[in-house]
Design a binder for this molecule. Structure first.
Ligand code: ASP
Length: 346
């Protein structure tokens, strides 16, 4: 009897050892499958009704050149061991200085004919974040957002106070006329005309390539840290100091080293209501979804179902990326040590 029990026990122990062995084998396999890229960076320049028939070859080439130059700036920083935060900030500064995008220099006009700019940045390692909304004289709102994060005890500063903070921090300021561009001014006039005629003016249905162009960047650096940032002029003809999702942490921007870094673009009110950027991180953390699964679900199911037009860029801790959008186009691009791509249309 005793020998029978001993034999049974022996057989049980042997199979347990084999079972545990195969489990750790699986684990090992999983972690090698998910090797972390040394660095990766993704950008967007806005999502909307961007169709090939509305864009001539020269304009297309201009956008592709700008997207590639932005990727160059980010890749240089990351390749040389720079931080994800520095890459995100400097890429966005470049895009803000370009008149092509609805951020910084190329910001759209408010109903009253002014420019009010929003931006935010978040560090996935520390969960620190900074943002500005409705600034009117700050040349690079993303720099002001970073200063809020690093030099103030706050997360979000707005309007006159945010302008004053930027001046106190010694950031570059400009006179409001700096933000004038003819194409954005004309877009406002067209919009006001429509409103006068009481034609329906959905927030994003106008087939005008110049109407879009919020910018964003997410990055993974060689230390394994993630960061995200977003900058915008908001929506053409916005009123009453309207602020969109771009400077709202958890809506337009979010970063957490344990999950992902996200930057959104689109009809901001929907992105705020659905807390889109944080939802990306939450789905990955609580449901175990990949960055692509979470992005697809939020943009092409959840937001689409309620009429929320737009897209996002996201990157996870391994350098896996997602760039889903439910509009006809999104200016976008990514770079890793072995790949680089830019795109505009679906
Ligand atoms: N999300 C921005 C806003 O609503 C606009 C955009 O991304 O085009 O302010």
């Amino acid at each position: 009897m005793k020998t029978r029990y001993s034999l049974l026990f022996l057989a049980f122990s042997v199979s347990l050892v084999f079972y545990l062995g195969s489990c750790s084998g699986k684990k090992q396999q999983q972690s090698t499958e998910k090797e972390r890229l040394p660095y990766a960076l993704v950008i967007h320049g806005g999502a909307g009704t961007i169709k090939p028939k509305n864009m001539d070859a020269e304009t297309k080439a201009q956008y592709e050149k700008a997207l590639n130059e932005a990727l160059d700036i980010g890749e240089n920083i990351l390749k040389n061991g720079g931080t994800a935060l520095d890459a995100v900030e400097n890429v966005i500064v470049y895009l803000e200085n370009s008149p092509l995008f609805n951020a910084g220099k190329g910001a759209v006009f408010t109903y009253e004919g002014h420019n009010e700019l929003d931006a935010s940045i978040m560090d996935g390692k520390t969960h620190k974040a900074g943002a500005v909304g409705g600034v009117t004289i700050v040349k690079n709102p993303i720099r002001a957002a970073r200063a809020v994060m690093e030099k103030s005890p706050h997360v979000l500063l707005t309007c006159a106070g945010a302008n004053r903070f930027a001046i106190e921090q010694g950031l570059d300021t400009v006179s409001p006329e700096y933000f004038y561009t003819e194409s954005r001014w004309e877009a406002l006039q067209r919009r006001l005309e429509k409103e006068k005629k009481k034609e329906p003016v959905g927030a994003r249905e106008e087939p005008d390539a110049h109407k879009f162009g919020t910018v964003g960047c997410v990055a993974l650096d060689k230390q394994g840290n993630l960061a995200a940032g977003t900058s915008t002029g908001g929506l053409t003809a916005k009123r009453w100091n309207r602020i969109g999702d771009s400077p709202i942490i958890g809506a337009g921007t979010y970063a957490d080293n344990a999950t992902c870094a996200v930057s959104c673009t689109g009809h901001g009110e929907y992105f705020i209501r659905e807390a889109v950027a944080h939802d990306m991180s939450a789905r990955m953390a609580y449901l175990g979804e990949s960055v692509q699964e979470a992005g697809e679900h939020i943009i092409n199911e959840k937001l689409k179902a309620i009429g929320g037009a737009g897209g996002l860029i996201a990157i996870d801790q391994y350098g896996q990326i997602a760039m889903p959008f439910n509009t006809s186009g999104m200016y976008r691009g990514y770079v890793t040590p072995d790949e680089r791509k830019v795109g505009i249309f679906k």
